[in-house]
Design a binder for this molecule. Structure first.
Ligand code: F6P
Length: 323
């Protein structure tokens, strides 16, 4: 019988549990024995495996986080760490792995594949920075959390006629920030992908004040040159010339927590089902993602060598809407 492993690694993302459940259940229906690798690549190196049957993954889909745990594992970046993981897989008789995670995780998956071990990735990160999937697992829920926060901030901002500098996650990718700015009705956005002039942001804030708005929202991506705290610091000497009194809010890990929405439950379920089916038929070395509304497989070689870009039309739209 084929024994397949499933694991999550890197930053957790809402919908990972739906993906684990799907991989295990579909794997079982294909006649595979399923095992869970606990705590990401750290657990893989340590041989921290547990058997998973269809019942073991019941009742998890609606929960945030990952029932298998996750970790940042710098040791796995070394050759010794990778060989240790391959040995642990061999000792446990695991024939292939479904690896659920983002950029760093898929780089690790690629390393195992390059060393001859069959892997299929599932595109999962709130950052949406992964080549091979237009939208990755967790993005939709993380965006909803950011929008809820912005909506709440607007109510208190309006009461006091204040401006809020709202920092969102996304590492080096501005996707979450840009979408939160558009859908949250922000006056300005700072992104890692484009040069930001903080004085332009100041002018946007002042313009909102001058046209009589009761609040101003600036969304700043954590990876931009001017994340929220840096913007506030830049404005420190002339904050009184911006009209609004400013406050800083960093959303941080709240964006990764909580229950996944319908979109992420379905996305995780579909991607992981496709991934385990692919692995069970012996076709590995690819990432399962969603391209043009369909499940698609992209070679891991292309995933790790490519860089996803932001749609310039959406950046322009954000600017045009902030009037
Ligand atoms: O990659 C997901 C992410 O949440 C990024 O947006 C963020 O920069 C990073 O992980 C935070 O990492 P950690 O959870 O290790 O603090």
């Amino acid at each position: 019988m084929t024994r397949l492993g499933v694991m999550t690694s890197g930053g957790d993302a809402p919908g990972m549990n739906a993906a684990i459940r799907s991989a295990v259940r579909i794997g079982c229906t294909l006649g595979c024995e399923m095992v869970g690798v606990q705590h990401g690549f750290a657990g893989l190196m340590a041989g921290d495996f547990r058997p998973l049957d269809v019942r073991a993954v019941g009742g998890i889909m609606q929960r945030g986080g990952t029932m298998l745990g996750s970790a940042r594992a710098p040791e796995f970046k070394t050759e010794a760490g990778r060989q240790q993981a391959l040995q642990a897989l061999s000792d446990a008789g695991v024939d292939g792995l479904v690896i659920i995670g983002g950029n760093g995780t898929q780089t690790g998956a690629h390393a195992l594949w390059q060393r001859g071990f069959p892997v299929v990735g599932v595109a999962s990160t709130i950052d949406n920075d992964l080549v091979g999937s237009d939208i990755t697992l967790g993005v939709d829920t993380a965006l909803k959390i950011a929008l809820e926060a912005i909506d709440r901030l607007k109510t208190t901002a309006s009461s006091h006629r204040r401006g809020f500098l709202v920092e969102v996650m996304g590492r080096d990718c501005g996707y979450l920030a840009l979408m939160a700015a558009i859908a949250g009705g922000a006056e300005a956005v700072t992104l890692p992908e484009i040069e930001t002039d903080p004085e332009q942001v100041a002018a946007d804030i002042l313009a909102a004040y001058a046209r009589g708005q009761s609040h101003a929202i600036v969304v700043s991506a954590e990876g931009s040159k001017y994340p929220a705290a840096a913007l506030a610091e830049h404005f420190r000497t002339h904050q009184d010339q911006l009209g609004f009194d400013l406050r800083v809010v960093t959303l941080g890990h709240t964006q990764r927590g909580g229950a996944p929405g319908a979109f992420d439950r379905l996305l995780g379920t579909r991607l992981a089902a496709a991934a385990v089916e692919r692995l069970a038929t012996g076709q590995a070395g690819v990432l399962a993602g969603m391209l043009n509304g369909r499940i698609a497989f992209t070679p891991l070689d292309d995933v790790v060598s490519g860089r996803k870009t932001l749609d310039p039309d959406l950046i322009a739209l954000a600017r045009r809407l902030a009037t």
